[in-house]
Design a binder for this molecule. Sequence first.
Ligand code: SF4
Length: 280
Amino acid sequence: MTRPAPEPERIQRLLIGLERLFPEARCALVHRNAYQLLVSTILSAQCTDARVNQVTPELFRRWPDAAALAQADPEPLIEVIRSTGFFNSKARSLLGMARAVVERHQGEIPRDLESLVQLPGVGRKTANVVLGTVFGIPSGVVVDTHVTRIAQRLGLTREPDPVKIERDLMAILPQQSWIDFSHRVIHHGRQICVARQPRCEICPLAPDCDYFLAASGKPRRRAARRPRRLLTAPRRRPARFGPKRAARRRRPAAGTPTRSRGAAGGRRPAKRRKVRKSRR
Ligand code: SF4
């Protein structure tokens, strides 16, 4: 599904609004290095950041780097991460990721998107989180559940698929804003533009938000301006009568003088029609 790109002025207003709302927005997952953030991001799937932050101190104490995690047995790892949900598949991803990092990258977390997404359990979202947050590399826009919902509400995309949403956002946002945009939108989604009942009444993005404007029946700022001159003919007022009755109303009464139109003289006077009838 394609749609015209939103206008640059609106994008600028949205970016400024988000910056004013959350000037210091940072990743909520507690971490000290790329390895820790990679592990935390894998664990954060279908789980809150607060819950992940509860289990990672013990995990990092027992397996402080990729080399240590690569040697871990699945059972104790599962016990540590059990409360984050989906613990069997997450344990498989963590062990696979750690072993691949040791085998392919000498235990160091790679710094490029292509290498990161080759690791087990690591998709574009996780790779963008690590590259943007730890290394400051704007490799893409992090699209999680909050970014998905808010990008759709703002009218920045109509796509439901995160990969296509990211493609749309990368096309309309300046690259230097990609990292902060994601962090700020995630904070916005947690505090104001919440899933069930967005708090539009206190949201400074409302004048540029499709969701709010559609709900309130207001036009967008730019669309609100009316053209000074009408470029098309004004619409006729609808007739209050049917076509026959309207024609009868337009016809002059018998004996009323009519304006002459050429040799025919326009409409025939009613009197002459009466004469013709009587001759038949
Ligand atoms: S105006 Fe409402 S729907 Fe739009 S971004 Fe703000 S809180 Fe979300």
